[in-house]
Design a protein around this ligand. Structure first.
Ligand SMILES: Cc1ncc(COP(=O)(O)O)c(C=O)c1O
Length: 414
Protein backbone atom coordinates (compact mmCIF):
# COMPACT_ATOMS: atom_id res chain seq x y z
CA UNK A 1 0.00 0.00 0.00
CA UNK A 2 1.29 3.46 -0.86
CA UNK A 3 1.91 5.63 2.17
CA UNK A 4 0.23 8.75 0.89
CA UNK A 5 0.37 11.57 3.41
CA UNK A 6 -1.77 14.49 2.43
CA UNK A 7 -1.15 17.93 3.83
CA UNK A 8 -4.76 18.82 4.57
CA UNK A 9 -3.75 22.27 5.87
CA UNK A 10 -2.03 23.04 2.57
CA UNK A 11 -5.07 21.84 0.68
CA UNK A 12 -7.16 24.60 2.27
CA UNK A 13 -5.46 27.00 -0.13
CA UNK A 14 -7.44 25.35 -2.93
CA UNK A 15 -10.63 26.84 -1.47
CA UNK A 16 -10.81 30.56 -2.26
CA UNK A 17 -13.87 31.06 -0.05
CA UNK A 18 -11.84 30.26 3.05
CA UNK A 19 -10.18 33.67 2.57
CA UNK A 20 -13.64 35.21 2.77
CA UNK A 21 -15.24 36.55 5.95
CA UNK A 22 -18.30 35.70 8.01
CA UNK A 23 -19.37 38.56 10.34
CA UNK A 24 -16.06 40.17 9.46
CA UNK A 25 -14.11 37.24 10.93
CA UNK A 26 -12.25 34.54 9.01
CA UNK A 27 -14.83 31.97 8.03
CA UNK A 28 -14.82 28.64 9.84
CA UNK A 29 -17.13 26.44 7.84
CA UNK A 30 -18.96 23.64 9.60
CA UNK A 31 -21.91 23.23 7.23
CA UNK A 32 -20.44 20.94 4.59
CA UNK A 33 -23.24 18.39 5.07
CA UNK A 34 -25.63 21.01 3.68
CA UNK A 35 -23.28 21.90 0.83
CA UNK A 36 -19.52 21.82 0.54
CA UNK A 37 -17.26 24.64 -0.60
CA UNK A 38 -15.59 24.39 -4.02
CA UNK A 39 -11.89 24.04 -4.78
CA UNK A 40 -10.31 26.26 -7.42
CA UNK A 41 -9.82 23.19 -9.64
CA UNK A 42 -13.60 22.79 -9.91
CA UNK A 43 -14.20 26.53 -10.38
CA UNK A 44 -11.55 26.64 -13.13
CA UNK A 45 -13.00 23.60 -14.87
CA UNK A 46 -16.43 25.23 -15.06
CA UNK A 47 -14.95 28.55 -16.15
CA UNK A 48 -12.74 26.91 -18.78
CA UNK A 49 -15.68 24.96 -20.12
CA UNK A 50 -17.73 28.12 -20.63
CA UNK A 51 -14.76 29.97 -22.12
CA UNK A 52 -13.35 27.27 -24.38
CA UNK A 53 -15.69 24.34 -24.97
CA UNK A 54 -19.24 25.47 -24.35
CA UNK A 55 -22.08 24.33 -26.64
CA UNK A 56 -25.17 22.24 -26.16
CA UNK A 57 -24.51 18.50 -26.14
CA UNK A 58 -25.60 15.51 -28.23
CA UNK A 59 -27.05 17.77 -30.94
CA UNK A 60 -24.48 19.78 -32.84
CA UNK A 61 -22.70 18.41 -35.86
CA UNK A 62 -19.90 20.89 -35.26
CA UNK A 63 -16.66 20.22 -33.40
CA UNK A 64 -17.41 22.46 -30.41
CA UNK A 65 -20.59 20.55 -29.60
CA UNK A 66 -18.77 17.27 -30.09
CA UNK A 67 -16.15 18.47 -27.60
CA UNK A 68 -18.79 19.46 -25.04
CA UNK A 69 -20.58 16.13 -25.54
CA UNK A 70 -17.34 14.24 -25.05
CA UNK A 71 -16.58 16.08 -21.80
CA UNK A 72 -20.12 15.31 -20.60
CA UNK A 73 -20.01 11.63 -21.53
CA UNK A 74 -16.48 11.22 -20.16
CA UNK A 75 -17.85 12.35 -16.81
CA UNK A 76 -20.33 9.49 -16.93
CA UNK A 77 -17.42 7.09 -17.23
CA UNK A 78 -15.59 8.91 -14.43
CA UNK A 79 -18.62 8.56 -12.14
CA UNK A 80 -18.83 4.90 -13.07
CA UNK A 81 -15.27 4.39 -11.89
CA UNK A 82 -15.82 6.54 -8.78
CA UNK A 83 -18.60 4.27 -7.50
CA UNK A 84 -17.33 1.15 -9.25
CA UNK A 85 -20.50 0.62 -11.30
CA UNK A 86 -20.33 -2.07 -13.98
CA UNK A 87 -21.45 0.11 -16.93
CA UNK A 88 -21.41 3.83 -17.72
CA UNK A 89 -24.95 3.55 -19.12
CA UNK A 90 -26.15 2.79 -15.58
CA UNK A 91 -25.21 6.35 -14.58
CA UNK A 92 -28.00 8.91 -15.00
CA UNK A 93 -27.30 12.60 -14.43
CA UNK A 94 -30.02 14.31 -12.43
CA UNK A 95 -30.25 17.57 -10.48
CA UNK A 96 -29.38 15.95 -7.17
CA UNK A 97 -30.32 13.31 -4.63
CA UNK A 98 -33.83 14.70 -4.30
CA UNK A 99 -34.56 14.42 -8.00
CA UNK A 100 -33.04 10.94 -8.15
CA UNK A 101 -35.30 9.64 -5.38
CA UNK A 102 -38.38 11.26 -6.91
CA UNK A 103 -37.46 9.66 -10.23
CA UNK A 104 -37.15 6.20 -8.72
CA UNK A 105 -40.35 6.53 -6.65
CA UNK A 106 -42.40 7.63 -9.66
CA UNK A 107 -40.87 5.22 -12.19
CA UNK A 108 -40.42 2.00 -10.24
CA UNK A 109 -44.11 1.95 -9.40
CA UNK A 110 -44.95 1.78 -13.14
CA UNK A 111 -44.17 -0.63 -15.94
CA UNK A 112 -42.07 0.25 -18.97
CA UNK A 113 -45.09 1.69 -20.77
CA UNK A 114 -45.89 3.98 -17.87
CA UNK A 115 -48.88 2.06 -16.51
CA UNK A 116 -49.09 1.89 -12.73
CA UNK A 117 -48.14 -1.56 -11.51
CA UNK A 118 -48.08 -1.03 -7.74
CA UNK A 119 -51.33 -1.37 -5.87
CA UNK A 120 -52.91 0.07 -2.74
CA UNK A 121 -51.47 -1.81 0.22
CA UNK A 122 -48.04 -2.35 -1.35
CA UNK A 123 -45.27 -1.42 1.04
CA UNK A 124 -42.11 0.68 1.12
CA UNK A 125 -39.60 0.34 3.96
CA UNK A 126 -37.82 3.50 5.13
CA UNK A 127 -35.91 4.25 8.31
CA UNK A 128 -36.68 6.75 11.01
CA UNK A 129 -33.45 8.63 10.26
CA UNK A 130 -34.21 9.53 6.63
CA UNK A 131 -33.77 13.01 5.21
CA UNK A 132 -37.05 14.49 3.97
CA UNK A 133 -35.76 13.85 0.44
CA UNK A 134 -36.14 10.14 1.15
CA UNK A 135 -39.53 10.47 2.83
CA UNK A 136 -41.60 12.96 0.84
CA UNK A 137 -41.32 11.23 -2.59
CA UNK A 138 -42.63 8.02 -1.00
CA UNK A 139 -45.32 9.91 0.90
CA UNK A 140 -46.47 11.41 -2.42
CA UNK A 141 -46.70 7.89 -3.80
CA UNK A 142 -48.69 6.86 -0.75
CA UNK A 143 -51.14 9.69 -1.54
CA UNK A 144 -51.29 8.69 -5.22
CA UNK A 145 -51.55 4.91 -4.87
CA UNK A 146 -52.48 4.13 -1.28
CA UNK A 147 -49.19 2.37 -0.56
CA UNK A 148 -48.03 1.87 3.03
CA UNK A 149 -44.80 3.30 4.49
CA UNK A 150 -43.17 0.97 7.04
CA UNK A 151 -40.58 2.62 9.23
CA UNK A 152 -37.51 0.97 10.77
CA UNK A 153 -36.92 2.37 14.26
CA UNK A 154 -33.62 3.91 15.34
CA UNK A 155 -31.98 3.10 18.69
CA UNK A 156 -30.97 5.68 21.31
CA UNK A 157 -27.43 5.61 19.89
CA UNK A 158 -28.78 6.46 16.45
CA UNK A 159 -28.45 3.05 14.83
CA UNK A 160 -31.01 1.33 12.61
CA UNK A 161 -32.58 -1.57 14.51
CA UNK A 162 -31.84 -4.55 12.27
CA UNK A 163 -34.16 -6.99 14.10
CA UNK A 164 -37.12 -4.68 13.61
CA UNK A 165 -36.04 -4.21 10.00
CA UNK A 166 -36.21 -7.94 9.35
CA UNK A 167 -39.71 -8.05 10.80
CA UNK A 168 -41.01 -5.37 8.42
CA UNK A 169 -40.81 -7.47 5.25
CA UNK A 170 -43.96 -8.97 3.81
CA UNK A 171 -45.12 -10.29 0.45
CA UNK A 172 -46.24 -6.68 -0.31
CA UNK A 173 -42.79 -5.07 0.21
CA UNK A 174 -41.78 -3.30 -3.01
CA UNK A 175 -38.58 -1.45 -2.10
CA UNK A 176 -36.32 -0.49 0.80
CA UNK A 177 -35.00 3.10 0.70
CA UNK A 178 -32.36 4.02 3.29
CA UNK A 179 -29.49 6.42 3.77
CA UNK A 180 -25.89 5.24 3.67
CA UNK A 181 -24.97 7.88 6.25
CA UNK A 182 -27.30 10.08 8.27
CA UNK A 183 -27.07 13.82 7.71
CA UNK A 184 -28.40 14.52 11.20
CA UNK A 185 -26.53 11.89 13.26
CA UNK A 186 -23.53 10.95 11.16
CA UNK A 187 -24.28 7.23 11.57
CA UNK A 188 -22.95 5.04 8.77
CA UNK A 189 -25.60 2.37 8.35
CA UNK A 190 -24.88 -1.33 7.86
CA UNK A 191 -26.28 -1.15 4.39
CA UNK A 192 -24.45 -4.16 3.00
CA UNK A 193 -26.16 -6.39 5.53
CA UNK A 194 -29.49 -4.61 4.98
CA UNK A 195 -29.27 -5.03 1.21
CA UNK A 196 -28.53 -8.72 1.65
CA UNK A 197 -31.59 -9.14 3.85
CA UNK A 198 -33.81 -7.27 1.37
CA UNK A 199 -32.54 -9.40 -1.51
CA UNK A 200 -33.38 -12.56 0.44
CA UNK A 201 -36.97 -11.27 0.19
CA UNK A 202 -36.45 -10.36 -3.53
CA UNK A 203 -36.87 -6.69 -2.63
CA UNK A 204 -34.73 -4.01 -4.34
CA UNK A 205 -32.87 -1.37 -2.32
CA UNK A 206 -32.27 2.31 -2.94
CA UNK A 207 -29.35 3.84 -1.06
CA UNK A 208 -29.32 7.59 -0.41
CA UNK A 209 -25.59 8.24 -0.55
CA UNK A 210 -25.77 12.06 -0.23
CA UNK A 211 -23.74 11.99 3.01
CA UNK A 212 -21.51 9.10 2.03
CA UNK A 213 -20.09 10.00 -1.38
CA UNK A 214 -18.08 13.01 -0.06
CA UNK A 215 -16.52 11.04 2.79
CA UNK A 216 -15.47 7.53 1.81
CA UNK A 217 -15.13 5.20 -1.17
CA UNK A 218 -18.32 3.74 -2.61
CA UNK A 219 -18.49 0.40 -4.39
CA UNK A 220 -21.98 -0.28 -5.72
CA UNK A 221 -21.01 -3.74 -6.94
CA UNK A 222 -19.70 -4.80 -3.55
CA UNK A 223 -22.84 -3.39 -1.93
CA UNK A 224 -25.05 -4.97 -4.60
CA UNK A 225 -27.58 -2.13 -4.23
CA UNK A 226 -30.18 -1.65 -6.94
CA UNK A 227 -30.07 2.17 -6.82
CA UNK A 228 -27.46 4.52 -5.40
CA UNK A 229 -28.05 8.28 -5.45
CA UNK A 230 -25.99 11.32 -4.46
CA UNK A 231 -25.53 15.06 -5.04
CA UNK A 232 -22.53 16.77 -6.62
CA UNK A 233 -22.74 19.90 -4.49
CA UNK A 234 -22.00 18.01 -1.27
CA UNK A 235 -18.82 16.54 -2.76
CA UNK A 236 -17.10 19.75 -3.89
CA UNK A 237 -18.83 19.93 -7.30
CA UNK A 238 -21.25 22.67 -8.38
CA UNK A 239 -24.95 22.68 -7.57
CA UNK A 240 -27.29 21.40 -10.26
CA UNK A 241 -25.91 17.91 -10.78
CA UNK A 242 -26.42 14.65 -9.01
CA UNK A 243 -26.18 10.99 -9.87
CA UNK A 244 -28.63 8.14 -10.06
CA UNK A 245 -26.90 4.79 -10.39
CA UNK A 246 -29.33 1.97 -11.17
CA UNK A 247 -28.80 -1.60 -12.25
CA UNK A 248 -29.48 -1.86 -15.98
CA UNK A 249 -32.48 -4.11 -15.47
CA UNK A 250 -34.26 -1.38 -13.53
CA UNK A 251 -33.43 1.34 -16.04
CA UNK A 252 -34.66 -0.87 -18.88
CA UNK A 253 -37.92 -1.66 -17.12
CA UNK A 254 -38.82 1.78 -15.84
CA UNK A 255 -40.64 4.36 -18.01
CA UNK A 256 -39.14 7.83 -18.60
CA UNK A 257 -39.51 10.28 -15.73
CA UNK A 258 -39.85 13.43 -17.82
CA UNK A 259 -40.45 13.93 -21.52
CA UNK A 260 -38.59 16.28 -23.85
CA UNK A 261 -35.65 16.62 -26.17
CA UNK A 262 -32.68 14.25 -26.06
CA UNK A 263 -34.58 11.32 -24.51
CA UNK A 264 -36.35 10.08 -27.65
CA UNK A 265 -35.60 8.01 -30.73
CA UNK A 266 -38.58 9.03 -32.87
CA UNK A 267 -41.49 11.38 -32.26
CA UNK A 268 -44.81 11.79 -34.02
CA UNK A 269 -48.11 13.04 -32.63
CA UNK A 270 -49.36 9.47 -32.41
CA UNK A 271 -46.32 7.46 -31.42
CA UNK A 272 -43.04 8.08 -29.62
CA UNK A 273 -40.12 5.73 -29.08
CA UNK A 274 -37.61 6.49 -26.40
CA UNK A 275 -33.83 6.49 -26.35
CA UNK A 276 -32.12 3.80 -24.31
CA UNK A 277 -30.99 4.45 -20.74
CA UNK A 278 -29.38 6.60 -19.48
CA UNK A 279 -30.59 9.13 -22.09
CA UNK A 280 -34.21 8.00 -21.61
CA UNK A 281 -34.00 9.64 -18.16
CA UNK A 282 -32.22 12.84 -19.19
CA UNK A 283 -34.88 14.96 -20.87
CA UNK A 284 -33.92 18.46 -21.99
CA UNK A 285 -30.66 20.36 -21.68
CA UNK A 286 -28.91 19.30 -18.49
CA UNK A 287 -26.62 21.43 -16.34
CA UNK A 288 -23.68 20.61 -18.58
CA UNK A 289 -21.21 22.87 -16.78
CA UNK A 290 -22.10 21.31 -13.44
CA UNK A 291 -21.41 17.87 -14.90
CA UNK A 292 -17.99 19.11 -16.07
CA UNK A 293 -17.46 20.50 -12.56
CA UNK A 294 -18.38 17.11 -11.11
CA UNK A 295 -15.69 15.55 -13.25
CA UNK A 296 -13.11 17.96 -11.79
CA UNK A 297 -14.40 17.31 -8.26
CA UNK A 298 -13.97 13.56 -8.69
CA UNK A 299 -10.43 14.10 -10.00
CA UNK A 300 -9.75 16.29 -6.99
CA UNK A 301 -11.11 13.77 -4.48
CA UNK A 302 -9.27 10.89 -6.11
CA UNK A 303 -6.01 12.79 -6.12
CA UNK A 304 -6.30 13.14 -2.36
CA UNK A 305 -7.67 9.62 -1.99
CA UNK A 306 -10.97 8.68 -0.34
CA UNK A 307 -9.13 6.69 2.30
CA UNK A 308 -7.04 9.69 3.31
CA UNK A 309 -10.19 11.85 3.44
CA UNK A 310 -11.93 9.32 5.65
CA UNK A 311 -8.92 9.10 7.99
CA UNK A 312 -8.64 12.88 8.22
CA UNK A 313 -12.31 13.22 9.17
CA UNK A 314 -12.08 10.37 11.70
CA UNK A 315 -9.15 12.11 13.40
CA UNK A 316 -11.15 15.32 13.62
CA UNK A 317 -14.09 13.41 15.11
CA UNK A 318 -11.76 11.93 17.72
CA UNK A 319 -10.58 15.41 18.62
CA UNK A 320 -14.00 17.10 18.54
CA UNK A 321 -16.31 14.69 20.33
CA UNK A 322 -14.46 14.43 23.69
CA UNK A 323 -13.73 18.18 23.65
CA UNK A 324 -17.41 19.01 23.12
CA UNK A 325 -18.51 16.42 25.68
CA UNK A 326 -16.32 18.12 28.31
CA UNK A 327 -18.76 21.05 28.15
CA UNK A 328 -21.30 20.65 30.97
CA UNK A 329 -24.84 19.66 29.90
CA UNK A 330 -23.78 19.07 26.29
CA UNK A 331 -25.20 15.91 24.75
CA UNK A 332 -24.24 14.46 21.39
CA UNK A 333 -27.20 13.06 19.47
CA UNK A 334 -25.92 10.10 17.49
CA UNK A 335 -23.18 8.18 19.26
CA UNK A 336 -22.96 5.27 16.84
CA UNK A 337 -19.78 3.89 15.41
CA UNK A 338 -18.79 4.31 12.64
CA UNK A 339 -19.78 7.88 11.82
CA UNK A 340 -18.97 10.42 9.13
CA UNK A 341 -17.78 13.86 10.17
CA UNK A 342 -21.12 15.06 11.50
CA UNK A 343 -21.72 16.02 15.13
CA UNK A 344 -25.23 16.89 16.27
CA UNK A 345 -25.56 18.19 19.79
CA UNK A 346 -27.83 19.94 22.24
CA UNK A 347 -27.11 21.73 25.50
CA UNK A 348 -29.68 21.49 28.22
CA UNK A 349 -31.31 24.89 28.74
CA UNK A 350 -29.92 26.63 25.63
CA UNK A 351 -31.80 26.70 22.35
CA UNK A 352 -29.74 25.41 19.38
CA UNK A 353 -30.50 28.63 17.45
CA UNK A 354 -28.94 30.67 20.26
CA UNK A 355 -25.78 28.56 20.10
CA UNK A 356 -25.75 28.96 16.31
CA UNK A 357 -26.11 32.73 16.64
CA UNK A 358 -23.19 33.02 19.07
CA UNK A 359 -21.03 30.87 16.79
CA UNK A 360 -22.05 32.93 13.75
CA UNK A 361 -20.74 36.07 15.47
CA UNK A 362 -17.40 34.31 15.84
CA UNK A 363 -17.33 33.57 12.10
CA UNK A 364 -18.30 29.94 12.67
CA UNK A 365 -20.97 28.55 10.34
CA UNK A 366 -22.96 25.66 11.81
CA UNK A 367 -26.49 24.48 11.13
CA UNK A 368 -29.13 24.71 13.85
CA UNK A 369 -32.53 23.19 13.18
CA UNK A 370 -34.21 19.93 12.26
CA UNK A 371 -31.78 19.20 9.38
CA UNK A 372 -34.66 18.09 7.13
CA UNK A 373 -35.14 15.09 9.43
CA UNK A 374 -38.22 15.99 11.47
CA UNK A 375 -39.25 12.37 12.18
CA UNK A 376 -35.77 11.74 13.59
CA UNK A 377 -35.95 14.85 15.76
CA UNK A 378 -39.34 13.64 17.06
CA UNK A 379 -37.77 10.26 17.83
CA UNK A 380 -35.27 12.00 20.13
CA UNK A 381 -37.92 14.35 21.56
CA UNK A 382 -36.17 17.38 20.08
CA UNK A 383 -37.19 20.18 17.76
CA UNK A 384 -33.64 21.00 16.76
CA UNK A 385 -29.94 20.31 17.29
CA UNK A 386 -26.76 22.17 16.48
CA UNK A 387 -24.90 20.36 13.71
CA UNK A 388 -21.22 20.76 12.94
CA UNK A 389 -20.28 18.90 9.77
CA UNK A 390 -16.80 18.53 8.35
CA UNK A 391 -15.27 18.89 4.93
CA UNK A 392 -11.79 18.09 3.69
CA UNK A 393 -10.75 21.66 4.58
CA UNK A 394 -11.78 21.31 8.25
CA UNK A 395 -8.74 21.33 10.54
CA UNK A 396 -7.80 21.08 14.22
CA UNK A 397 -7.87 24.84 14.70
CA UNK A 398 -11.44 24.90 13.40
CA UNK A 399 -12.40 22.32 16.03
CA UNK A 400 -10.68 24.35 18.76
CA UNK A 401 -12.58 27.43 17.63
CA UNK A 402 -15.86 25.51 17.61
CA UNK A 403 -15.35 24.22 21.14
CA UNK A 404 -14.37 27.68 22.36
CA UNK A 405 -17.40 29.22 20.64
CA UNK A 406 -19.75 26.72 22.26
CA UNK A 407 -18.15 27.40 25.65
CA UNK A 408 -18.77 31.09 25.09
CA UNK A 409 -22.44 30.40 24.27
CA UNK A 410 -22.71 28.49 27.54
CA UNK A 411 -21.20 31.45 29.42
CA UNK A 412 -23.64 33.86 27.79
CA UNK A 413 -26.79 31.82 28.26
CA UNK A 414 -26.18 30.12 31.62
C1 LIG B 1 -29.00 12.24 3.52
C2 LIG B 1 -29.50 13.26 2.53
N1 LIG B 1 -30.33 12.89 1.57
C3 LIG B 1 -30.80 13.74 0.65
C4 LIG B 1 -30.44 15.06 0.67
C5 LIG B 1 -30.98 15.99 -0.36
O1 LIG B 1 -29.96 16.41 -1.20
P1 LIG B 1 -30.20 17.48 -2.35
O2 LIG B 1 -30.83 18.67 -1.67
O3 LIG B 1 -28.84 17.76 -2.87
O4 LIG B 1 -31.11 16.88 -3.34
C6 LIG B 1 -29.59 15.52 1.68
C7 LIG B 1 -29.22 16.94 1.78
O5 LIG B 1 -28.85 17.43 2.81
C8 LIG B 1 -29.10 14.60 2.63
O6 LIG B 1 -28.27 14.96 3.59
Amino acid sequence: MIDKRIDFDHLRQDFPILKSKNRNKPIIFFDSAASSQKPIQVLNAVNDFYQKDYANIHRGIYELSERASLLYENTREKVRQFIHAPHANEIVFVRGTTEAINLVAQCISKNESGEIKWQAGDEVILSEMEHHANIVPWYLLKKQLGIVLKIIPVTDEGVIDITSYQDLFSSRTKIVAISHASNALGTINSIKEMIKIAHQHQVPVLIDGAQAAPHFAIDVQALDCDFYVFSGHKMYAPTGVGVLYAKKIWLDNMPPYQGGGDMIETVSFTHITFAKAPHKFEAGTPDIAAVIGLSAAIDYLQQIGMQAIDQHEQQLLQQAEPALLSIPKLKIIGTAQPKVGVISFVIDGIHPHDIGTVLDHEGIAVRAGHHCAMPLMNRFGLSATVRASFGIYTNEQDIDALVEGVQQAVRIFS
